[in-house]
Design a protein around this ligand. Sequence first.
Ligand code: GDP
Ligand code: IMO
Ligand code: MG
Length: 429
Amino acid sequence: MKGVVVIGTQWGDEGKGKVTDFLAEQADVVVRFQGGNNAGHTIVFDDRKFALHLIPSGIFRTEAINVLANGMVIDPKAMLDELEMLKQGGVTDFQLYLSDRAHVVLPQHIELDGLMEDIKPQHKKVGTTRKGIGPAYTDKFARIGIRICDLIDEAAFKDKLTDNLKYHNTILTAYGKPAIDIEAVFDEYYQYGQLLKPYVTDTSRLLNGVLEDGKKVLFEGAQGALLCIDHGTYPFVTSSSPTASSVPLNTGVSPQYITDVVGVTKAYSTRVGSGCFLTEFNNDTASKIRDAGNEYGTTTGRPRRIGWLDTVVLRHTKRVSGVTGLSVMLLDVLTGIDPLKICVAYHLDGKRIDYIPASITDLERCKPEYVTLPGWHQDITKTTKFSDLPDAAKQYLNTISELVGIPISMFSFGPDRTQTIVLDDVMNT
Ligand code: GDP
Ligand code: IMO
Ligand code: MG
């Protein structure tokens, strides 16, 4: 039995899709456990590139079962579009299941996501993906959400949609937006539900069954721990918990099944959307990193903000989520950048601290303290083993591991599946 969680340790886009696809070769089941199509996970192999938003990144491994668990929010149209995209790409041989307890993202959620952003002054905008994620989770916790089991049941869907839209139309019209037509949404989304019905099951029972049989399950996080609704830089966060701690709740498996947590981290930092980002810098080096790393959002195409690696952030994620090994990504992007900086602590009102303050105004007053390391200039994209790396790259990886207090289990030096080296075979140890 093995339950390996892959999580983002920063603000998302760390390369979780690549790591999940890579590890999925050894997995029996791959599970997305939170978020929705706000995520964009890129997978590159055999000169092909796929961007997944809802479907787990194990979908290219025909042996693996792929599961969308109860903790996710599902836009049925987006899921059908993604299945069509896979079909067009020749990816048809897979096993896929969708939780009957996952919540549904409906047009009112997308409208409200946009409205809530639009009415905020610039400095308060979260910069959401406008995919309806926040309002769908809000409905879930307000107990007025619509679940997949309702979507596929004609009477339940009509009843719950009517109540839900009555409430949301009051808000939309109060803000001068047109009311959403209940019949039109029902007709369109009931059809989507029927198309998704063959995938729907009780995924908690499925997952516990395979874990009891001693199989290997890979849990794929979306977003990153600093976007966590509880442990992130609130309110500039997403509306779910992208931590390993949330896996049992969001999938319906016992915590005892979680054996390993792979924390995926970029060799530097990026953030897309608003919110405090202490190690951010805006100069030629940032542009160079943005170009070399193709740092534009997979879901929204927005340029990502660039910063030095922040080990206060990584230690925070290690604490709130549990991380047993680091997967350091995009090391190749730092080639030619010399010197390199790593943030080791913050200074708040003259005091050196090693934590992320809860208050955003306190966080904004923090000043990062850095160590400086030498860079390297050799091409590392064809590395075959750790010892091939230039000394400065080895030193950079070793320094990260020492500062965070976790071993490096993998590192990556190019987008392709093959540009990956495993130091600790987490799926088999
Ligand atoms: P995710 O959301 O965590 O799955 O990450 P994204 O897919 O949104 O963003 C990561 C980006 O980095 C994608 O474009 C990947 O193809 C790319 N990528 C992943 N690992 C590497 C790497 O080691 N080097 C380079 N150059 N690109 C990488
Ligand atoms: P992956 O899985 C990076 C950010 C948005 C915004 C905030 C809230 O690809 O790493 P939301 O639409 O979730 O309400 O937006 O969270 N965000 C992400 N940033 N990668 C993601 O996912 C993200 N998903 C949401 O930019 O700042
Ligand atoms: Mg992404």
